[in-house]
Design a protein around this ligand. Structure first.
Ligand code: 5GP
Length: 181
């Protein structure tokens, strides 16, 4: 049986990059593919980035109790299928779920052996600088995001491990310490 890891962190902390770098070095780990009702972004492929479902298909999965957990973000649904996770673990793959904080805590309730890892920004000031550096958001949007980050950092106390992403290399090294036991 493979092991299950769940990684969360606020957007803007670079968790995607940390996970991508880790996976390049450790092909025995696999990133789980979630289902979503949002439309594919350019370059995204069904079955690789997400399983893109219609709202009706997603609703049917909920009704048939197929999800380990699911959540809604900005009007779109996201969920992890139980059968998918069980199949990958049975194949002996170590599986990483990259999902939101609440979803992670829900997975832990159902699968207590899952290890929960939270990726933190070095500081709120640093994160604020990174978000501003992107020049993609309004002041109001940045303030809203920082509020979300604060409450997510509160939730991170319930995770098994926290990693501070002070540099990608350091964060990948810490992830290796935790995941490769
Ligand atoms: P995006 O639309 O940018 O790909 O993802 C938006 C958010 O959905 C991210 O915070 C991501 O971690 C979260 N997410 C992706 N898949 C799942 C899932 O299966 N379950 C939950 N709870 N969140 C997910």
């Amino acid at each position: 049986m493979g092991k299950l890891f769940v990684i969360s962190g606020s957007s803007g902390v670079g968790k995607g990059t940390v996970i991508k770098e880790f996976l390049k070095k450790h092909p025995e780990f696999k990133l789980s593919v979630s289902c979503t009702t949002r439309s594919p972004r350019e370059g995204e492929i069904h079955g690789i980035n997400y399983f893109f479902l219609s709202k009706d298909e997603f609703k049917t999965c909920i009704e048939q109790n197929e999800f380990l957990e699911y959540a809604e973000f900005s009007g779109n649904m996201y969920g992890t299928q139980k059968a998918y996770v069980e199949a990958k673990l049975a194949e002996g793959k170590n599986l990483i779920l990259e999902i939101d904080t609440q979803g992670a805590l829900n997975v832990k309730r159902i699968m207590p052996n899952a290890q929960l890892i939270f990726i933190l920004p070095p500081s709120l000031q640093e994160l604020e600088a990174r978000l501003r550096g992107r020049h993609t958001e309004t002041e109001e949007a940045i303030q809203k995001r920082l509020q979300t980050v604060k409450s997510e950092m509160e939730n991170s106390k319930h995770f098994d491990y926290q990693i501070v992403n002070d540099s990608i290399d350091n964060a990948v090294a810490k992830l290796e310490e935790l995941l490769i036991l």
